[in-house]
Design a protein around this ligand. Structure first.
Ligand SMILES: Nc1ncnc2c1ncn2[C@@H]1O[C@H](COP(=O)(O)OP(=O)(O)OP(=O)(O)O)[C@@H](O)[C@H]1O
Ligand SMILES: [Mg+2]
Length: 286
């Protein structure tokens, strides 16, 4: 069997890989792997047939590497591919568990900032926030949706100086929901704020419960840190997903913390990392 990877197509050149993933596609070719193209735009507009039209029939088991998609989109993609003879090696339930905070939070309890969440529609009401945040310690907090934050609008839509200040909390939550708009994933998450040392995040890539690659987070691609990830391994194994990332930052007290878990198929690989260092670890199904 060969390593098969489905990449996103370049929207401007229907036979080419999206330039963002071209280095990775080259690595797969060098690895004597096979690749096929998915039309991510078509998937987003709900046309799954068009999205997988370029995937040959009976391609066999495959990994996806590309832009993020919602958990329902991933499930639709996986089902359509299956009908065509291609099994995605990450099951849709596993994708959702790694991709959305409510899926992984409890498994990483004690390793990641304590968080609460609630499903909310993009134009829905976030409900009684005082009740939602009651389990959190008083003090600062961070607001995001199940997948993404508005970290670039930190003051208005991400950081809450005092989670017990309801006016403040409501304003930040409302701003985050409004800015995410139709892209709001799942609902709202409120997390206790922890003071990190400011040295940047490391991204640890896990394949079948083993650390495959330790590199920088895309926000600080030049920063090389050596996260202590051994304590995280049992949680990674217990989550049971084949291919995930854990973003890690060192707290001011020296403890390494998991800021976020992600599905390895849609986590960005910074250009400072040699893709072969990752792809050499992706198992080839037998
Ligand atoms: N609980 C927290 N305590 C302190 N800082 C936090 C906390 N949660 C998030 N941050 C800060 O906000 C940033 C964005 O948070 P997070 O990684 O959860 O969101 P994101 O939008 O999914 O980011 P990305 O996918 O780009 O990594 C983090 O890199 C970190 O610097
Ligand atoms: Mg992050």
């Amino acid at each position: 069997m060969t390593l098969t990877v489905l990449f996103c197509v370049d929207p401007l050149h229907p036979r080419r890989v999206d330039p963002h993933f071209a280095r990775e596609a080259a690595a797969v070719r060098d690895h004597y792997g096979e690749m096929a193209l998915i039309d991510h735009d078509a998937l987003r507009r709900g046309d799954v047939d068009a999205a997988i039209r370029a995937v040959p029939e009976d391609l066999g088991p495959a990994w996806y590497r590309g832009w993020m998609m919602t958990s329902p989109e991933y499930a639709v993609l996986a089902a359509a591919l299956k009908q065509r003879g291609t099994i995605l090696l990450t099951h849709p339930e596993d994708y959702q568990r790694a991709h959305e905070l409510p899926g992984w939070h409890d498994t990483f309890a004690g390793l990641t900032p304590h968080s609460v969440w609630r499903p909310v529609d993009p134009r829905g009401d976030p409900g009684d926030l005082a009740e939602l945040v009651r389990p959190l310690s008083p003090g600062p907090a961070v607001v995001k949706d199940y997948v993404k934050s508005r970290k670039h609008e930190w003051e208005q839509a991400c950081f809450v100086p005092d989670v017990r200040n309801l006016t403040q909390l409501r304003s930040v939550v409302a701003k985050m929901i409004a800015l995410q708009d139709d892209f709001l994933a799942g609902g709202i998450v409120v997390r206790e704020y922890e003071r990190f040392d400011g040295a940047g995040e490391a991204r640890v890539w896990w394949v079948d419960g083993e650390p495959a690659l330790v590199g920088p987070h895309p926000d600080n691609p030049e920063v090389e840190t050596e996260p202590e990830y051994e304590a995280v391994a049992p949680a990674v194994r217990s989550l049971g997903c084949r291919f995930i990332t854990t973003d890690m930052a060192r707290r001011e007290d020296g403890q390494w913390r998991v800021v976020e878990v992600g599905d390895g198929q849609v986590s960005d690989l910074p250009a400072t990392v040699d893709p072969m260092d990752l792809y050499a670890h992706l198992p080839i199904p037998d």
